[in-house]
Design a protein around this ligand. Structure first.
Ligand code: ADP
Length: 551
């Protein structure tokens, strides 16, 4: 039996603490700026941050938080949240970021499932903490992330002040080395169906993901950037930005709880933000603000938009009115989250502007590390022709292998070549150049007369209408066609828009049989905890609805 010759390079484990060690040594004066809940702006440097992270890690150790144990967070994007990320993960414990927009009962369920030993929270979530504390017996310490003089009173739960906890730590504590396959973070999927399931990230997967995310054809991050993650740190680690920013030495700006258009715009301008990332719904607020106040961006040049399909109209508005490049991206909790991003290659220079635009509207090309394919229901490969669509499968070193505690059994499937793949639950096409386009989530696709209609395509068209603020398309039962599309619309205030106008708007833009059968105008469309349209809720809302002429 032959054995390979072992390489003779340093065998250093890939640990997330190396990001902050690197930033503190090589970008010591680069800033981390945060809008605090207290209302003021906090700023310090990577050097200061890393020192506090080590001290906090030492305090956690002294309090008996062991390796592998979970520390929960209920917090906005801010410097203390970043400190918890690194102190907990860097010492070999696991940071469990919890989405505060979930219902308290769901939060308690997640905390119990994760068996969090400590929970660090921003003061805006005190009411949630008081509601869940009696139901969360594993949590021994509740940490209020505020200064000592801001400590709230609670009759329900005994609180520890974050700053006092940190002060208990030793300043000379050093980052330990351990196996890079150790867990570093835990993030639950939002559980739109069934109970939430935990994705348990490893140091190795997190480091590799951060490297790949920074590449020029991915987020194109560098020390020249000022990065403002609008995507919350409780939504798949803010898409890896708290790891990628110190990796490249970029300045970080955290917006705290104020995610409205005005607050974001002011922070973009005052801190010279060049790069941001978020789901489409948050950009609607920012774009509405800059439009109404005739603002321009002085430094903002690039944003990654993903989490749900970015409407082409949003890409165009950012580009044509504000000179901001939108990089459309696709990913999911189970992928840490990045899988594909849409950018052009040199060979695309010869395409017309319109053809280039069409490519950039897709969810994009894989980054190194991720492989993907589309298959039919028998798991047979489908061609990459840009029109055949099927179930999207992925694999790679930052793709989930099994859910936390083995929940839901083995999530992977094995193909004819014996390779293991993760079925994403998305339906997609892949073109000759390897650009993937999501048609729909498999449970959202509208099945009409044996053919599929993409709800995303119909929604993208609807929001291109100037009188439409938000739109969602769901399938409604139909006696002849199984399902037909129903368009649900939030109108721009004061706009005069009728059902007939909307139906006419589709004519000539899609196949006749794709045109929604009806339009319903609503005050608001339900959004899930990560800011995405909650189709399940919408389907419930319209469960008794009957399409015109269907009976
Ligand atoms: P959840 O939405 O369940 O909280 P994730 O945040 O992990 O979970 O969402 C992943 C899903 O979001 C993907 O499987 C896909 O359906 C959808 N998604 C993410 N990015 C895009 C995109 N750019 N276009 C369309 N759908 C997207």
């Amino acid at each position: 039996m032959q054995s390979p010759l072992r390489g003779q390079m340093m065998d250093m484990p890939l640990l997330i603490s190396s990001f902050m060690q690197h930033a503190a040594r090589h970008f010591p004066t680069t800033e981390i700026v945060s809008r605090r809940l207290e209302g003021d702006i906090h700023r310090y440097t990577y050097r200061d941050a890393e020192a506090r992270m080590r001290q906090l890690a030492s305090a956690l150790e002294a309090r008996g938080i062991d390796m592998g144990e979970r520390v929960g967070t209920l917090a906005w994007n801010g410097y203390r949240h970043m400190e918890v990320y690194y102190a907990v993960g860097g010492k070999g414990s696991v940071v469990h970021t919890i989405n505060p927009r979930l219902h308290p009962e769901q939060i308690a369920w997640i905390v119990n499932h994760a068996e969090d030993k400590m929970l660090c929270f921003d003061l805006s979530f005190l009411a949630i903490i008081e509601a869940i504390a009696p139901h969360c017996p594993t949590v021994k310490t509740w940490v209020a992330m505020c200064d000592a003089d801001r400590m709230p009173q609670s009759n329900v739960v005994s609180l520890v002040c974050y700053e006092q906890l940190l002060a208990e730590g030793r300043k000379d504590w050093q980052w330990p080395e351990f196996d890079e396959r150790s867990a570093v973070g835990l993030c639950y999927t939002s559980g739109t169906t069934g109970n939430p399931k935990g994705a348990l990230y490893a140091h190795r997967s997190t480091v590799l993901h951060a490297y790949a995310a920074s590449l020029p054809d991915a987020m194109r991050l560098s020390a020249k950037d000022v990065v403002l993650p609008v995507v919350p740190m409780f939504h798949v680690n803010a898409w890896g930005l708290p790891y990628a920013a110190p990796l490249v030495g970029a300045k970080l700006v955290f917006p705290g709880a104020q995610l409205d258009g005005k607050s974001l715009y002011e922070l973009f301008e005052s801190e010279g933000v060049t790069f941001s990332a978020g789901v489409p719904t948050v950009w609607q607020g920012l774009l509405a603000y800059v439009k109404d106040h005739l603002c321009k961006f002085s430094t903002f040049r690039r944003t990654v938009i993903g989490g749900s399909a970015c409407p082409p109209a949003m890409i165009e508005t950012f580009r044509d009115y504000y000179y901001v490049e939108v990089i459309h991206a696709w990913g999911m909790t189970e992928l840490s989250p990045l899988g594909t991003l849409a950018q052009l290659q040199s060979k695309h220079n010869k395409l017309s502007v319109l053809q280039q635009q069409k490519l950039l509207e897709k969810q994009g090309h894989v980054i190194y590390g991720i492989d993907m394919k589309i298959v039919n229901d028998q798991y047979e490969d489908l061609p990459w022709d840009g029109t055949s669509f099927g179930n999207l499968l992925v694999r790679g070193p930052w793709v989930i292998q099994s859910y936390f505690k083995g929940e839901g059994g083995d999530p992977l499937i094995t193909d004819a070549q014996g390779r293991r793949w993760f079925p994403t639950g998305d339906v997609a096409t892949i073109d000759e150049d390897g650009y993937m386009q999501i048609t729909d989530r498999s449970k959202d696709v509208i099945k009409s007369g044996g053919e599929w209609i993409s709800s995303i395509d119909l929604e993208n068209l609807a929001v291109a209408h100037p009188a439409v603020v938000q739109a969602a398309v769901i399938g409604v039962a139909h006696p002849k066609w199984d399902e037909r599309p129903l368009l649900v619309v939030v109108k721009r205030p004061g706009a005069d828009l009728t059902r007939e106008d909307m139906i006419r708007f589709y004519q000539g833009k899609v196949a006749k049989w794709w045109i929604p059968d009806d339009v319903q105008f609503v005050e608001s469309i339900p959004l899930g905890a990560t800011g995405k349209i909650l189709k399940t809720k919408l389907r419930e809302q319209f469960s008794n609805y009957e399409l015109p002429g269907s009976t």
